[in-house]
Write a new protein. Structure first.
Ligand code: 13P
Ligand code: SF4
Length: 402
């Protein structure tokens, strides 16, 4: 165990997260050349795609998609832009998309319109003959960037030392993490979870060890612990920039859950004040939020769950019902458009899409589909064999638990 102080670095994606926030609600795609002025990193692509107008791109994607036929499937996470979602063969939450990717054994190409950790997971779950493509390589996740494998390995060594004599600890990593972290969980008796099965995986872990290390989202970890009756004071936040995460051995010995100090910059924007304001305007409104929100927000909301849970709950609700939603705005706007008989609003008055999901601009989808039709696999996502084998142990545990 080495005592060390590291210099905190804020992930670039976290700094860029508010690049597309605006006060009007016009999120319709412009040509990529126009969008390049937003202060984020974009992957370079041939200039002809940058100049194409939205309608031109739409037509080009449609014809490239038709040409590819059964050779390819396009997966779209719920946070993708409408201009991308319309081409998705399946849209869903992280869990549904990973299950679907694992079930599609015959197609040659899986085009994943989501973020990097999702495409990496699809690559791990896919067959050897399949190739997974992420249309824009800069589509990462600022939360996943908050857990570096070297820091996580240091943390694991420290915890292993402290808990050796007292019942051990089981690592759980949220899907929003690198393959290397999933592999660490696989080789240390741990498991992967998503927002739709976090409670089941927590129970699974607590049947096998006395404690849980939850990576990298402290809020999902805390909210899940509370759901299972664990008190907030039994959960400690591990600060990777401090020796022993900022705790004494005695404090760690008393803890039941160790939460990695990570968060989602989109979901931590939601506040209790916004919920109070929504209820003031509409006393009969239902508030539903994603469990990446803080415990204070989750505590006062009426319900919480994954993106698919939020979508299906509102779809199943009676006409005339009112909904204030605490999740990414592209999804909230789509639910509102698809449920015109209900009032559906975002809790946050500022329109802030997840800036990394938003980087899958139609120009990138057009570029990679054209490439596949020409026999060129642009932006293939691969995972080293050893890491993939260990990560798939943790992913298979998740798929068998729920
Ligand atoms: P879901 O698994 O609920 O789709 O969430 C993924 C995600 O990144 C939420 O921010
Ligand atoms: Fe990551 Fe948050 Fe975007 Fe989800 S919404 S992909 S957790 S940054």
């Amino acid at each position: 165990m080495v005592a060390k102080l590291k210099t905190p670095t804020i992930p670039i994606t976290e700094i860029e997260q508010s690049a597309f926030c605006r006060t009007d609600d016009d999120l319709a795609a412009k040509s990529l050349a126009e969008e390049f002025s937003a202060g984020v990193r974009w992957q370079k692509l041939p200039v002809e795609y940058m100049r194409m107008k939205p309608q031109e791109l739409d037509d080009r994607i449609a014809s490239a998609r038709e040409k590819l036929g059964d050779q390819a499937i396009i997966l779209g996470h719920h946070y993708q832009r409408d201009e991308i979602i319309k081409f998705a063969d399946l849209r869903g939450d992280s869990f549904m998309l990973s299950q679907y990717a694992a079930s599609q054994k015959s197609c040659r190409y899986i085009v994943f319109c989501g973020v990097h950790f999702m495409a990496e997971t699809a690559s791990i779950l896919s067959e050897d003959h399949q190739r997974v493509v992420l249309p824009n390589l800069t589509a990462g996740c600022s939360m996943a960037d908050m857990a570096h494998i070297d820091d996580v390995m240091d943390c694991w060594d420290d915890l292993d030392y402290v808990y050796e004599e007292s019942g051990g600890i089981i690592p759980i990593t949220y899907m929003n993490s690198t393959a290397a972290i999933k592999a660490l969980c696989g080789r240390n008796g741990g498991i992967v979870c998503t927002s739709s099965n976090a409670a089941a995986t927590f129970k699974w872990a607590l049947e096998r060890g006395q404690r849980v290390l939850f990576l990298p989202d402290q809020h999902l970890g805390r909210n899940t612990g509370i759901k299972l009756g664990i008190r907030p004071d039994e959960m400690l936040v591990w600060n990777p920039f401090k020796p022993m995460g900022g705790h004494t051995e005695e404090e760690l010995t008393k803890a039941r859950v160790i939460l990695w100090q990570g968060h989602c910059s989109v979901h931590t924007r939601f506040t209790v004040g916004q919920i109070e304001e929504a209820r003031r305007k509409h006393p009969d409104i239902n508030v539903v939020v994603h469990p990446e929100c803080t415990m204070e927000v989750v505590a006062v909301a009426d319900s919480n769950g994954s993106t698919e849970y939020i979508k299906s709950t509102i779809e199943a609700a009676p006409a005339g019902s009112k909904w204030a939603v605490g999740t990414e705005v592209s999804l909230v706007n789509r639910i509102a458009a698809e449920n015109p008989d209900k009032l559906v609003v975002c809790l946050d008055p500022v329109v802030c899409p997840c800036s990394t999901m938003y980087r899958i601009h139609p120009a990138y989808l057009s570029w990679v589909l054209d490439g596949l039709n020409e026999g060129v696999v642009v932006n293939e996502i691969t995972v080293a064999d050893e890491i993939a084998a260990q990560a798939s142990v943790a992913l298979d545990r998740m798929l068998s638990v729920v």
